[in-house]
Design a protein around this ligand. Structure first.
Ligand SMILES: C[S@@+](CC[C@H](N)C(=O)[O-])C[C@H]1O[C@@H](n2cnc3c(N)ncnc32)[C@H](O)[C@@H]1O
Length: 210
């Protein structure tokens, strides 16, 4: 975590209320979830961008998805979220039904590299939360290309963990980190972009070259 723990505690004291399901996930997370500060930030980005077609890659049990769902207008919008772990995908589906989003959030179970290419939808907001799970250097740039092809003009591509516990500035980066370095170079060089040192780093790019 890059943010000082005491600062994070202070900011958490100001975080907005979460639903019962989100609180339950916060207390016993199935994986590294975004948490309230980053979740709220994702919500704001999606809301400011008036996002209606949202794609999430890396659902876990739906904590971040529920933040994104809050940003949808009451009568419009849809989220597709991808998770390869069958148990987590099933729990996420149940959570979405309990939260009243059963009809608006679609969980696609499977590996993102298999699920994404055939998708015919185009999205105005894509949130990528699997960069830390990749292993080969070529995977992150490959995922970046797929995401760009699925993003609407002026859409936002948001990726978590782009600082990889500061491994991006260490000598001899591991293949996974080399891939994330390339992700950051592409986002910074090809999109209207910023990389924020919130938690483990968030890269935000707006698609402008289309
Ligand atoms: C960091 S967790 C997601 C946390 C979630 N976004 C949240 O904040 O609540 C990453 C999830 O992505 C899944 N995952 C990792 N690699 C994947 C891949 N290639 N395709 C689909 N899911 C993947 C993992 O099983 C894990 O549940």
């Amino acid at each position: 975590m890059i943010v000082d723990a005491a600062i994070e505690r202070y900011l958490l004291s100001l975080a907005p209320e979460r639903s019962r399901i989100q609180r339950t996930i916060e207390n016993d997370p199935p994986a590294a979830i975004v948490g309230p500060l980053e979740g709220h930030f994702l919500y704001l980005l999606a809301k400011i961008n008036d996002s209606r077609r949202i794609l999430e890659i890396g659902t876990a049990t739906g904590y971040s998805t529920l933040w994104l769902a809050r940003a949808l207008p009451p009568d419009d919008g849809h989220i597709v979220t991808i998770e390869r772990d069958p148990g987590r995908a099933a729990t996420a589906r149940a959570n979405f039904v309990s939260a009243g989003y059963g009809e608006r959030i679609e969980v696609r179970e499977g590996d993102a590299f298999a699920v994404l290419p055939p998708l015919e939808d185009r999205f105005d907001f894509i949130f990528v939360d699997i960069l830390r799970n990749l292993s080969r250097a070529e995977e992150a740039p490959q995922l970046y290309e797929i995401c760009l092809s699925l993003l609407q003009p002026a859409g936002l591509l948001v990726a978590d963990n782009v600082l990889v516990d500061a491994q991006v500035i260490m000598p001899n980066p591991a293949p996974r980190v080399q891939g994330i370095l390339e992700w950051n170079r592409r986002v910074a060089g090809e999109m209207e972009a910023t990389i924020l040192p919130l938690r483990d780093g968030i890269a935000i790019g707006r698609k402008t070259n289309y």
